[in-house]
Design a protein around this ligand. Structure first.
Ligand SMILES: NCCCC[C@H](NC(=O)CCN)C(=O)O
Length: 428
């Protein structure tokens, strides 16, 4: 028999490395074992698309899923009507690390699950299940106690359910938070921008458009000028700012001078600190259209603004390593990695809890927010990629739980990222 010449510290490291490998393998096997139920879950959500804050069926389906699984404590309607929470804890006493996985499940008007939030729900559920199964097999061998929190977060495509949940304290006590978003590529991060939505209402005066037009005040003219002003502003904007709007009410009939029109604009900048600068410029466009036409203007901002994402390199590196071990093919396309993508209310979460918002390929080259992407998000082909991503997230959580130094790095990077953000903000 060969004698062990390692130091006690080396032996301990190798034991913890073996445990990590064993538990990661258990993550994969347990997620694969639940693949049929997980597929059914996301398929059901996909088949019945519900808009922001109306996701009652998706909520009920997810609550039923976790209630049916053994060992979870489930809070339906957790703090918000269509949010939920499912919690599981290791049995012992002592320091407890609380790991969060987020599910989204709202759809888009007219085109259903064109952003694949049904798959985000599946990733969050699968990662929670996988991590729980792994930890159950390691009771007594873990350096810390663990709480897994799967949080159902509604209304990402609209007012930002995560921001409402933050206000309600739903993220309190969480140490790290994970989610993944369907895309057309695998990426640990894509530049998510800060955003504030604004509704502009013009009030004019109706009149017969042929008999006495001079008696009217044309609210459609104000809307058109507003749209044109914003398009003119676009030329003077920083190249990484985005403004885009639609006319939601444009009048009723050509022979009635419109007395009311309404536009909605999304205003976006790479960081939350720059948003007020853009908002001020946009407001001048809105108001000047009213002055020119003699209309009254109302400017109403959405309840919540979305923040940019604070990046935690340690989380991204660990996730990438786990993803690659499972065959994920992370994009190296600089255009994709540096161009702005959309916005997410997960950005606000990352200013409170360190987190990662990775992206995953779903087996299609379709672009998000198109009918083709809706089809792809419901296709069986997406399943392999969705479950693979869930495995990589749960494995990343294991890295943190079994390697306290990795968790310390995450916490340190979180502090540094916030300090850097404060410094940059004070310069704007
Ligand atoms: N204020 C409306 C929120 C829009 C969020 C939307 N997000 C995405 O497309 C990416 C994540 N689903 C957007 O950026 O338009």
């Amino acid at each position: 028999s060969s004698s062990n010449t390692n130091s006690p510290q080396e032996n301990k490291m190798s034991e913890s490395g073996e445990l990590l490998t064993e538990l990661k393998d258990r993550v994969s096997r347990s997620i694969d074992g639940a693949s049929a139920e997980l597929h059914e879950l996301s398929r059901d959500i996909w088949s019945c698309p519900e808009l922001a804050y109306q996701e009652s069926r998706a909520h009920d389906r997810l609550v039923a899923f976790f209630t049916h699984e053994q060992g979870w404590t489930v809070d339906a309607r957790f703090k918000l009507e269509t949010a939920f929470r499912a919690v599981w804890r290791t049995g012992g006493v002592g320091e407890c690390v609380n790991v969060g996985f987020l599910c989204e499940y709202d759809a888009l008007p007219g085109i259903g699950h064109a952003c694949g939030h049904n798959l985000i729900a599946e990733v969050g559920a699968a990662a929670g299940l996988g991590l729980k199964a792994a930890l159950e097999g390691a009771q007594g061998r873990l350096p810390v106690q663990v709480q897994i929190t799967v949080l159902g977060t509604p209304a990402e495509e609209d007012v930002g359910g995560k921001v409402d949940l933050l206000k309600e304290g739903a993220f309190q006590g969480m140490d790290v938070v994970f989610m993944a978003h369907p895309s057309k590529e695998d990426a640990t991060y894509l530049p998510c921008v800060a955003e504030h939505d604004v509704t502009i209402k013009y009030h004019g005066k109706a009149s017969h458009a042929s008999s006495y037009p001079w008696k009217g005040v044309n609210a459609l003219d104000a809307a058109v000028l507003c749209y044109t002003n914003m398009s003119v502003l676009r030329q003077q904007m920083r190249p990484d700012w985005r403004v885009h709007g639609v006319i939601k009410h444009g009048g009723l009939k050509p022979n009635i001078i419109p007395d009311y029109t309404e536009l909605e604009y999304y205003l976006r900048t790479p960081t939350r600190a720059e948003l007020p600068v853009l908002k001020e410029k946009a407001e001048r466009c809105f108001r000047s259209a009213a002055v020119a036409t003699g209309c009254e203007v109302e400017i109403q901002y959405a309840r919540n603004a979305f923040d940019n994402i604070l990046r935690i390199p340690e989380l991204e590196q660990l996730f990438e390593r786990n993803g690659k071990s499972l065959g994920m093919d992370f994009t190296t396309d600089e255009d994709v990695l540096t161009n702005e993508s959309g916005s997410t209310d997960f950005g606000n979460v990352t200013f409170v809890v360190p987190g990662i918002h990775s992206y995953f390929y779903i087996g299609s080259n379709a672009l998000n927010h198109t009918p083709e992407y809706t089809v792809a998000a419901g296709d069986d082909k997406a399943q392999f990629f969705t479950l693979r991503t869930a495995k990589a997230l749960a494995m990343t959580a294991l890295d943190l739980l079994l390697q306290p130094k990795a968790m310390q790095r995450v916490k340190q990077e979180f502090i540094e990222a916030k300090l850097k953000d404060e410094k940059t903000s004070s310069r704007i």
